[in-house]
Design a protein around this ligand. Structure first.
Ligand SMILES: Cc1cc2nc3c(=O)[nH]c(=O)nc-3n(C[C@H](O)[C@H](O)[C@H](O)COP(=O)(O)O)c2cc1C
Length: 171
């Protein structure tokens, strides 16, 4: 039985729901998956594979998710890892969204070269301007994020299912 830990960070909760959907899909595909927030530093030892993800803010993951991946890299060495970003940039500009995600991953892998990344993806996220604290409203004025729920659940489902073979092959 492949045990999978899905680790995520979130500021407004929408990525938590994405992590839950991934867990549901992996479990439905015969794996044994659990979700945990990166800020809780879940111990990786009892898992065979990992999904780690975060929304992009200003082109970067929430720091606790990047730190988790970088700090745990030595402890999860050969085990397969899949990385995902959530974002708003790709809603209107898919190539720019993908480029931002790839750039962040490139930097992450530079600091954590032992991560065995078998897959990665960027998905459109969820954003309500009215939820923002005043300081993020200022940031948002410079690069407005499209409002609303743009999460494509079937795309998330298909990617989650695609991990099953990759995790089994790389165990
Ligand atoms: C201030 C601010 C900055 C953001 N910066 C980016 C960004 O650089 N790239 C991107 O693709 N999305 C960006 N977003 C969109 C969020 O990544 C997206 O809404 C995400 O789904 C939020 O996830 P959460 O609810 O888990 O925090 C930004 C949103 C806000 C409010």
């Amino acid at each position: 039985m492949t045990r999978v830990l899905v680790v995520y960070a979130t500021r407004f909760g929408s990525t938590r729901e994405v992590a839950s959907a991934m867990v549901h899909e992996l479990n439905a595909s015969g794996l044994q998956a659990h979700a945990a927030e990166a800020s809780n530093s879940p111990p990786p030892e009892n898992y065979d594979a990992f999904v780690i993800g975060s929304p992009l803010y200003g082109g970067k993951w929430i720091s606790v998710a990047g730190l988790y991946a970088a700090l745990m890299a030595g402890r999860i060495k050969e085990k397969p890892v899949a990385l995902f970003s959530m974002g708003g940039l790709g809603i209107k500009h898919p190539e720019a969204g993908l480029a931002q995600h790839k750039e962040f991953l490139k930097n992450l892998i530079e600091v954590a070269p032992s991560l065995n990344v078998v897959s990665d993806a960027v998905f459109s996220g969820y954003f309500e301007r009215s939820n923002l604290p005043w300081y993020l409203k200022i940031v948002d004025r410079f690069a407005p994020t499209p409002q609303g729920d743009h999460r494509d659940w079937s795309k998330i489902q298909i990617w989650s299912r695609s991990l099953v073979t990759k995790f089994r092959l790389n165990q």
